[in-house]
Design a protein around this ligand. Structure first.
Ligand code: NAD
Length: 425
């Protein structure tokens, strides 16, 4: 079986061929400009030295500095990071942001480290990639298992090294080298919500175009982390019925598919207390597991809901389960959750799929506003930031919707072609 990067390239290449884009240019475009591999030795609490492997893939900077998150996960591979960096290049072009694409990652299960060890690892990674990042070169951000606290450690290490090197980089540009920082530490009020918020803007635009009413639409969300939680919250605020959610330990939904809307703030509170959503069946102000039903993550994907929102990992909807998917709309909030084959199959069946490079672009859009705020030495209010994200996401949706109409194709091909037209030549 070929790796994820080969698969991603194949699918983009096939789309570009179908729409007569220059094949040599596309081939050149697909390869990252540079992939850096680093080794980070950390002294653990028990005195042992452990060496962790990390990557930074700088895919393309034609439209602006490389931009992309840093992932901490035991399954990180060089190919995965290269793929995610390629998708970042396309995503920034779809959202019309002045950025290229990048991605970073460390092979580590962060749950096995103490907070101090995690801080050493985060700082060590920045020391290792210091020379290749900067506000006008490459701007990292959070991704799976990284958060504002980790970004705070990273920017503090970056500033420390810059001082050691007497770099003379102005302070605001040192801060502009990272996004997703804590709000009180030059971050953006609204950045943690940005990805989920942006996804719901896209969903609202889509149901409007399809002539559907939010109140009639049931939603199942896979992944209840940064993206999934805020998506759930904003979707519920806009009248959609969230009827099932899951995290790595399992899912929760109503018994017998009667589908009552979950009380999302209560589910969040319950997850905080219990450490998982599986015991948190909360509806109408009470949590009562006897009325709900814990199910597996696989079963959540196959529920007879209207809208499915994969917000955890790549490739969760694939050749093995595609025939069992019943949702009529899929919003790809994770990166690459629907495999190429599954995408083709489901689209032919009439399922409307909003591709990741459009659906989850709210995150990098929030990052762009944070970066701009640092460069301009400003501080935006949360409402201002969310308003700006809303405007950019609505514009991106409109562009891709119109491109799909022009090309007479689905949203994934339309967004890929739309991005490639900006990036080639
Ligand atoms: P996160 O680490 O905050 O959350 C991931 C969630 O997925 C957790 O709830 C975890 O328990 C759950 N999970 C893990 N394995 C699972 C499984 N097998 N089944 C169901 N749930 C599982 O990560 P995040 O930042 O929310 O990112 C989620 C996805 O969204 C990733 O694909 C990421 O690349 C993408 N994304 C994130 C952002 C962002 O701003 N954070 C932006 C764009 C795209």
């Amino acid at each position: 079986m070929s790796d994820i990067f080969t698969e991603a390239k194949k699918s983009i290449f096939a789309i570009s061929k179908k729409f007569n884009l220059d094949q040599d240019e596309v081939k050149d475009f697909l390869e990252p400009h540079r992939v850096i591999e680093v080794e980070i030795p950390i002294k653990l609490k028990n005195g042992q030295i452990k060496v962790f492997k990390g990557f930074r893939s700088q895919h393309n900077n034609r439209l602006g500095p490389y931009k992309g998150g840093i992932r901490f996960h035991q399954n990180v591979t060089r190919e995965e990071i290269m793929t995610l960096s390629l998708w970042m290049t396309l995503k920034c072009a779809v959202a019309d942001l002045p950025y290229g694409g990048a991605k970073g990652g460390i092979i580590v299960d962060p749950k096995t480290l103490t907070e101090q060890e995690l801080e050493k690892l985060s700082r060590g990674y920045i020391r290792a990639i210091y020379d290749v990042i900067g506000s006008d070169k490459d701007v990292p951000a959070p991704d799976v298992n990284t958060n504002p606290k980790i970004m705070g450690w990273m920017v503090s290490e970056y500033i420390k090294i810059s001082n050691e090197k007497k770099s003379n980089i102005p302070e605001n540009l040192l801060y502009a080298t990272f996004t997703g920082k804590p709000d009180r530490d030059h971050g953006l009020a609204g950045r943690v919500e940005a990805t989920g918020f942006g996804g719901v803007i896209i969903l609202k635009e889509l149901v409007r175009k399809l002539g559907l009413k939010p109140e009639t639409q049931t939603i199942a969300i896979q992944g209840f982390g940064n993206v999934g939680q805020y998506f759930a919250q904003f979707a519920a605020d806009n009248g959609f019925k969230i009827v099932a959610v899951s995290d790595s330990k399992g899912a929760i939904t109503e018994k017998n598919h009667k589908f009552r809307a979950l009380d999302i703030p209560l589910v969040l509170k319950c997850k905080k207390e219990k450490g998982m959503v599986a015991g948190c069946y909360c509806v109408g102000g009470v949590c009562d597991l006897t009325k709900g039903r814990p199910i597996s993550n696989e079963a959540l994907l196959e529920l007879p809901v209207d809208i499915l929102v994969p917000a955890a990992f790549e490739n969760v909807i694939n050749e093995k389960n595609m025939t069992k998917i019943k949702a009529k709309i899929i919003i790809e909030m994770a990166n690459g959750p629907v495999s190429y084959r599954a995408y083709e199959y489901l689209t032919k069946k009439g399922v409307v799929i909003v591709p990741d490079i459009l659906a989850n672009a709210g995150g990098v859009t929030g990052s762009y506003i944070e970066w701009k705020q640092n460069i301009e030495n400003k501080k935006y209010k949360k409402e201002e930031a969310l308003k700006m994200i809303e405007g950019i996401m609505e514009m991106a949706f409109d562009n891709i919707w119109n491109e799909a109409k022009n090309l007479k194709t689905h949203l994934k091909e339309a967004s890929t072609v739309h991005a490639l037209k900006k990036l080639l030549g």
